[in-house]
Design a protein around this ligand. Structure first.
Ligand code: GLU
Length: 489
């Protein structure tokens, strides 16, 4: 009986000990939070990126850029704050990402493939881009990979482009190239622009964003097919955050968020072409400084961004106060007589008055838009309305609704505007024919000018007013005209 009790007690003790051990080990396993839980617990998503116009930069309103905005939306989706870190170069970015206390992910216009696939995990892709070889206008244009042999080529160290060249070198052993870890893509484009190197390789999206600063840089040829950019996460067996990112990226594709971002950042690029880019850069330096103060003043009164008003002014008259059109609109902001009177402008050819009047009118047009149109679309709608009039814009919004599109989204209404000049459509509208296609161009152009102004006036580039700073655009000070002015992208 006693023996039985002892053995029972022993067994019970053993059983309890095992349970406690299992519980504890279970507990300690449960205590190691997943990558996703860690982010949620910290309340912060740490993202590493590159400082460039196509990824992340700062303007007066704070952080901006395609990658930044996408990452911000992901942080919002998780309900946490976004913390951005910038890498010095691509190698640095991959190294930092692999550190135990490194960032959660990299969002930096990265191309998966090659050795990198062994170093990090790439998510689903969110943007298709084509690697392009660029050269300087006036030099012989390379057209095929073998033309790269004998050229001075520089690419970003550790980039997908360096990997492409390494592959090519197997076929063309005489091919030489340098990898730079001290430059960003803008620097390499600058080197091509001034003839310091012959060629570089760049993703099509980055070139599109940067083209305007380097009017002499031209596309030689596409080096390979389009490839999808992706975010990168550290290697490991913990899929929690990785899966969540993929779910998020898939969702942004389905619900139009991604298209919206693409439209905002890339939908309006290339509208300038080489000649336009060159001219704009010149005018930025020579004309804008004379009127910048007026734009700033008007913007302050209306609580708007002065660069948007300046962009409108450039679209209207290329910042020329004595501009005149056949239709009787005049001045820097190209006001009609009626608008000028309504805005209290006594002399349309007076730059200050024109800017004040045009800005005030733009402000009114914007205020009159329905409250259902939210920013940033609201700004694009205001530009469209300023150009085509609110009645026609209403027609286009109604057409959008009839097509099952969203009348509050610029991306949708933009598709409808050209229909206002097609009889089969405009005969059904209330206000009839209008040159809606032109309005789309008008908005696109202004957005492009606005982007450029935003980039060149970001705090780290701006040393005061543009007028004082002598402008900080690479390549702009060189007054060499484009050698082939008719050539278009
Ligand atoms: N996508 C490139 C890469 O992953 C970087 C961007 C560029 O160089 O244009 O290496």
């Amino acid at each position: 009986m006693f023996a039985l009790t002892v053995s029972r007690v022993r067994r019970t003790a053993w059983f309890l000990a095992t349970c406690i051990f299992l519980l504890l080990s279970g507990c300690s396993e449960a205590k190691v939070p997943t990558a996703l839980e860690r982010v949620q617990k910290d309340g912060v998503l740490r993202v590493i990126t590159r400082n460039s116009p196509a990824t992340y930069f700062q303007d007066r309103n704070g952080d901006t850029g395609f990658e930044y905005e996408l990452a911000k939306r992901f942080a919002d989706h998780l309900g946490v704050k976004l913390e951005i870190e910038t890498a010095d170069n691509l190698d640095d970015l991959y190294d930092k990402l692999s550190q135990p206390d490194g960032p959660s992910l990299a969002a930096a216009g990265l191309t998966p493939g090659g050795a990198r696939d062994a170093q990090v995990r790439f998510t689903h892709s969110y943007l298709d881009v084509t690697p392009q070889v660029v050269y300087r206008n006036g030099d012989p244009r390379p057209t095929r990979p073998e033309d790269l042999v004998g050229k001075r080529i520089m690419v970003l160290k550790g980039s997908s482009h360096a990997a492409q060249l390494a592959e090519l070198k197997k076929r063309y052993p005489k091919l030489q190239y340098q990898e730079s870890d001290a430059d960003e893509m803008v620097d390499l484009l600058g080197k091509v622009d001034v003839g310091e190197i012959d060629l570089t390789l760049i993703d099509s999206n980055e070139l599109a964003m940067n083209q305007v600063y380097f009017p002499n840089v031209r596309v030689a040829f596409d080096l390979g097919d389009a490839r999808g950019l992706a975010w990168a996460l550290p290697l490991g067996s913990d899929n929690s955050l990785f899966d969540e990112v993929n779910k998020f990226l898939d969702k942004t594709k389905q619900d139009g968020t991604l298209q919206n971002l693409k439209d905002r950042y890339y939908g309006h690029v290339d509208v300038l072409g080489y000649v336009g880019a060159y001219t704009f850069a010149q005018h930025l330096q020579q004309r804008l400084p004379r009127y910048e103060q007026h734009f700033r003043q008007s913007a302050q009164n209306l609580q708007m961004d002065w660069r948007l008003l300046a962009a409108i002014g450039y679209q209207e008259s290329m910042w020329q106060p004595d501009a005149t059109s056949k239709t009787g609109v005049r001045g820097l902001m190209m006001l009609t007589n009626r608008t000028a009177q309504a805005m209290g402008v006594s002399n349309r050819l007076d730059a200050k008055q024109s800017i004040q009047g045009g800005s005030k009118y733009f402000g009114q047009v914007k205020d009159e838009l329905p409250g259902s149109i939210k920013e940033p679309d609201r700004t694009w709608f205001a530009l469209a309305s300023y150009n085509i009039g609110s009645a026609h814009l209403d027609d286009a919004r109604k057409l959008a609704e009839q097509e099952g599109l969203n009348p509050n989204k610029w991306l949708d209404v933009k598709k409808m505007l050209p229909r206002l000049s097609q009889k089969q459509w405009y005969r059904k509208t209330r206000n009839g024919y209008a040159r809606g296609g032109e309005t789309v161009h008008f908005v696109q152009n202004i957005r492009r000018y606005y982007d450029i102004l935003t980039w060149v006036t970001q705090p780290q580039m701006e040393g005061g007013q543009l007028a004082e700073s002598g402008l900080h655009l690479p390549g702009v000070n060189k007054t060499r005209p484009p050698e082939n002015p008719d050539e278009k992208l």
